[in-house]
Design a protein around this ligand. Sequence first.
Ligand code: XUL
Ligand code: CO
Length: 453
Amino acid sequence: MLFQTIASGDEQGVTAMSEYFKGIGKIEYEGPNSKNPLAFKFYDPKKVIDGKTMREHLRFAIAYWHSFCADGTDMFGKPTMTFPWNDAADAYSAAVKKADAAFEFITKIGAPFFCFHDVDVIADSDDPAKYEENYHRIAKVLKERMDSTGVKLLWNTSNMFSHPRYMNGAATNPDFNVVARAALQVKTSLDVNVELGGENYVFWGGREGYMTLLNTDMKREIEHMGTFMRMARDYGRKIGFNGVFLIEPKPMEPSKHQYDYDASTAIGFIKANGLEKDFKCNIEANHATLAGHTFSHDLQVCADNGMLGSVDANQGDAQNGWDTDEFPSNVYETTQAMRVILANGGLHSGGLNFDAKRRRNSTDMEDLFISHIGGMDSFALGLEVASKMKKDGAIDDFIKQRYSSFDNGMGKKFEEDKMSMEDLAAFGKTAVIHQTSGKQEMLNNLLNSYLFG
Ligand code: XUL
Ligand code: CO
């Protein structure tokens, strides 16, 4: 039993006495030869790599919505999972039970952080006053659980895509009344974030986009989104939110065209709106692949712009064109992601949030642990290999060498912006061009040696 009776103030009468994940204790590191499905094979939180523990490098977070809310419902079928914490007399008791289950899970799996949407932690209410009251009420419970377990808030966000009022968008809705209602959610989520000491705040705009230009003034909508985010930034700073605002790009789904298409688009938007001191990106692997990029591509775009804020760790399915939110198991992908993250000096105030769900037919309670163990092990492996690559330096040296014609002489002048087009063209008349191989296969083979050698 992790939590004792809570019998004071607001929480009077709601007791947290149950153990929800019975028979499963704290997940331990047992090493690569372990056959225990409920043990880490590669994630050893205390292991030091390049001066930091794995726990400090990876900063894992558990996503409330997938792990404690999603019940296997899909467009074709009913829930496949029944959660004991949903069995409660009223919405508030259900929310407290869910928080108990969540903190039991998060402490047993040993993740330092969690993330949530407003309506994950307490049922939504159409009555704005009730919405605020309920959210603040459950925030007190979360705070108490955070204090007693040491689990911290990586980020929270507002769900402005599920309720029918957002069918035409939230900050980009053509109806100003809806924009204002969205502001109530963002304002309240920021209030709660500050109460809980959150390190970041996320905007993911699933409905911030459009289906057809025949009913859409795109220019106006994107300008509204900029105004809305500047207001959120100003309010956050006013109430003492010192963390990072994050935009989570995604090209489509649920909207056809989403305004935060990919990292490059989101960074352009951030800069065009004067938000670059306060905003970075939250890159989700499966969103990057939906945009036709690799996960590491979008991370690199952010790193190159000083905009790598945080990561939603998952993977897509190569044969499916939608967001399958699978737990990461592809170590090629995690290695290449960790290579970018290490070169970025780490995740800083960000983390690796498992925006991932077990398959709807993985219905045993222990599958929630097994799926997270796999994700954590896959990133631990990625970290180990990326650190080996960095120490060895062969790939970084290869890349440096590839651009060495810019390191001195005219090439250097070009990089320093000290040449005119005439100078450059004149040099081009006498320039001697040697064919230089890109060596992609050699580098792929080298990557395999780091992985398996
Ligand atoms: C949806 C998605 C969201 C955001 C938070 O694809 O990734 O869960 O991470 O709203
Ligand atoms: Co996400």
